[in-house]
Design a protein around this ligand. Structure first.
Ligand code: PEP
Length: 263
């Protein structure tokens, strides 16, 4: 069975105090309602607050995973401003995002760099959420499936079967991120099915059936249930709605309540 997985990507928001408060609110609610029994949960604070959030999660013995929004592929060296896998592990990080649309389209990361980051994180024993998704003009031009396939094949080149249990895919149509427009549940399900077929062609049907595919793009408490009940949607990657504890928790609850998926 694929356990749902919900991640909160805080992006470049909050300060130290607000990061601690949000992490604490989440840790308390997850423990009280035992939400982690039916859903894996991760939060991705800005790099500078990772240590603050780590301390809160440690003090609460929380099962919430600590995530990083980015990673550099080399372990150390002259890469000003960058942060490596050993550094992240040293700070208690267990999962990283690669290929987020803001890094692809605002920062200008290539498929090749995203692949290096993905492999470096997996080689270091970290979990990875590889984000993919088409831009509005690509969708309008009927390119959705080709873009997703290209980003999956390029992003996962060289990934070996032993690493797949630590891999999650996030399908996040770029036009839906932070815009308030989300894909319809049927459109998202269709894209997820096609992504799973690409994964099957890369790694075999059994392995593909075990890989979790999150949906991301303007998910909130009010639309989470209809997305999370789709048969190939295994949780969500949440931006704006992850900054408010109650809103994020309502998405986690929707994912946890969805019917079991996979074999
Ligand atoms: C994201 O940042 O991955 C995201 C999906 O953002 P939002 O939920 O704000 O659309």
């Amino acid at each position: 069975m694929r356990k749902p997985f919900v991640g909160g990507n805080w992006k470049m928001n909050l300060d130290a105090a607000a990061s601690r408060t949000l992490a604490d609110d989440l840790a308390r609610a997850v423990a009280t309602d035992r939400l982690d029994q039916a859903c894996d949960i991760a939060i991705f604070p800005p790099f500078v607050y990772i240590r603050h959030v780590h301390n809160v999660l440690r003090d609460r013995s929380s099962s919430i995973m600590l995530g990083a929004q980015d990673i550099w592929p080399d372990p150390s060296g002259a890469f000003t401003g960058e942060v490596s896998a050993p550094m992240l592990k040293d700070c208690g990080v267990s999962v990283v995002l690669t290929g987020h649309s803001e890094r692809r389209h605002v920062i200008g990361e290539s498929d090749e760099l995203i692949n290096r980051k993905t492999r470096a994180a997996l080689d270091a024993g970290l979990q990875v959420i590889l984000c993919i998704g088409e831009k509005l003009e690509e969708r309008a031009g009927g390119q959705t499936d080709q873009v997703n396939e290209r980003q999956l094949r390029a992003g996962l080149a060289g990934v070996i079967p032993d690493q797949l249990s630590r891999l999650t895919i996030a399908y996040e149509p770029v036009w839906a991120i932070g815009t308030g427009k989300n894909a319809t549940p049927a459109d998202a399900q269709d894209a997820h099915t096609k992504c799973r077929s690409v994964l099957a062609s890369l790694f075999g049907a059994d392995a593909a059936g075990r890989i979790r595919i999150q949906y991301g793009g303007s998910v909130k408490g009010s639309n989470a249930a209809e997305l999370m009940t789709q048969p190939d949607i295994d949780g969500g990657l949440i931006g704006g709605a992850s900054l408010k504890a109650e809103e994020f928790l309502s998405i986690v609850r929707a994912a946890a309540a969805a019917p079991s998926k996979g074999r």
